[in-house]
Design a protein around this ligand. Structure first.
Ligand SMILES: Nc1nc2c(ncn2[C@@H]2O[C@H](COP(=O)(O)OP(=O)(O)OP(=O)(O)O)[C@@H](O)[C@H]2O)c(=O)[nH]1
Ligand SMILES: [Mg+2]
Ligand SMILES: [Zn+2]
Length: 345
């Protein structure tokens, strides 16, 4: 709509908002500039605004009402379209519907940060470049178990492996298969096993999570070539990804199902969880926990530790058990570091 079709009142308000923006750096929608309340889903959240997709598939960039604390990709929202696009913004998000679940991570400034909501499946993407890290997989699995969201473990870039190396990584993934997680080796480059990934994605909303550089956006491009998501090479010097994707984005797959690409997180900590939640995030401990000799067993050198006995008997994998202790320890360290930082502010 052109400015000529706005009422004089509206024009005045736009003008006055323009001045307010200069002083307050924020634009405010007045009620008579907004249409009916509509439903939508958040497909991308930016720092100050969010992209809402309507039920008919159009995407509008919107401001957020100041009362809305956090709005994330996957949220079902009510919003109102503006009578005109102003400064690239088309409307305002009024409210967020209650969430089915949340994917969270700790944040030094906000405590807990919600990364996405209403997720049916978390796809933990790992790769052989950067190096395969079972510790990072375990961190994500704890999150999946805590939020009670099914997980799929994907190992990307298997085109880089020789036959012997493939056998080696299969052995590592077998640790997870044995405790009931599904795993999938594939290559975004050659398309190997992509058909199988398609099958996992056909229902509900899935999200790709994982270190920077493992190939999450490259997999999106394999599945949806028209998207043309930005990808970035793993650094030769550090062997790490370069944090190419900066905001999560929800896509629709042709055969059904939604898929969210997310940015790799520098340090995926777990210090927002209680130590017990980490312990319960190890599903193979189930049924053994509570049978240690001492109630306050730390599952280290404690006499009569049932978990350690289970490791010795090969019922619990030793690598998983070692990672468990690393997660508990790094949680303690991060918590004390955070304490310092808060005091510094
Ligand atoms: N050889 C090989 N390289 C791949 C494969 N998949 C991705 N890559 C490369 O890995 C690099 C990183 O890929 P991205 O898709 O940007 O990784 P990402 O996980 O989205 O990274 P962030 O957005 O930083 O979190 C790029 O150079 C890709 O070309 C694969 O299957 N095989
Ligand atoms: Mg990416
Ligand atoms: Zn114990």
């Amino acid at each position: 709509m052109s400015k000529r079709r706005l009422t004089q009142n509206q024009q005045r308000r736009i003008q006055s908002n323009h001045h307010k923006r200069i002083s307050k750096k924020e634009f405010e929608w007045q009620d008579d500039m907004l249409g009916e309340v509509e439903q939508g889903i958040i497909v991308t959240r930016h720092a100050k605004h969010a992209d809402v997709e309507t039920t008919s598939g159009e995407i509008y960039r919107c401001n957020l009402r100041r009362t809305l604390k956090n709005v994330v990709v996957g949220d079902q929202v009510s919003w109102r379209k503006g009578s005109e696009q102003l400064q690239g913004i088309s409307g305002v998000i009024e409210a967020v519907y209650p969430r089915k679940n949340e994917l969270t991570r700790p944040d030094y400034y906000d405590g807990i940060k919600v990364m996405a909501s209403n997720i049916d499946q978390i796809i933990i993407v790992s790769a052989v470049l950067p190096q395969l890290s079972l510790n990072i997989i375990d961190r994500y699995l704890v999150i999946c178990e805590t939020a009670n969201i099914p997980a799929l473990i994907v190992l990307n870039k298997i085109d880089l492996l020789s036959a012997e190396e493939r056998e080696e990584v299969q052995k590592e993934l077998a640790i997870y298969e044995k405790i009931g997680y599904e795993t999938l080796c594939l290559s975004a480059d050659t398309g190997e096993n992509m058909e199988e990934l398609h099958r996992y994605l056909a229902k509900g909303t899935s999200i790709f999570v994982g270190q920077s550089g493992v190939g999450k956006s490259s997999l999106i491009n394999q599945l949806l070539p028209e998207v043309n998501a930005l990808t970035g090479a793993v650094s030769d010097t550090s062997g790490l990804g370069q944090h190419t994707t900066t905001a999560s984005r929800l896509y629709h797959l042709k055969q059904g199902g939604n898929l969210i690409d997310s940015p790799g997180i520098r340090e995926f900590g777990l210090w927002h969880l209680e130590a017990d939640q980490i312990t319960n995030g190890y599903r193979e401990f189930n049924g053994i926990l509570g049978t240690c000799k001492f109630r306050d067993c730390k599952h280290k050198e404690d006499p009569g530790c049932a978990l350690r006995e289970a490791v010795e008997q090969g019922k619990i994998d030793a690598v998983r058990f070692e990672n468990y202790h690393r997660l508990i320890e790094s949680r303690e360290e991060s918590k004390s570091q955070r304490h310092f930082r808060k005091e510094d502010i």
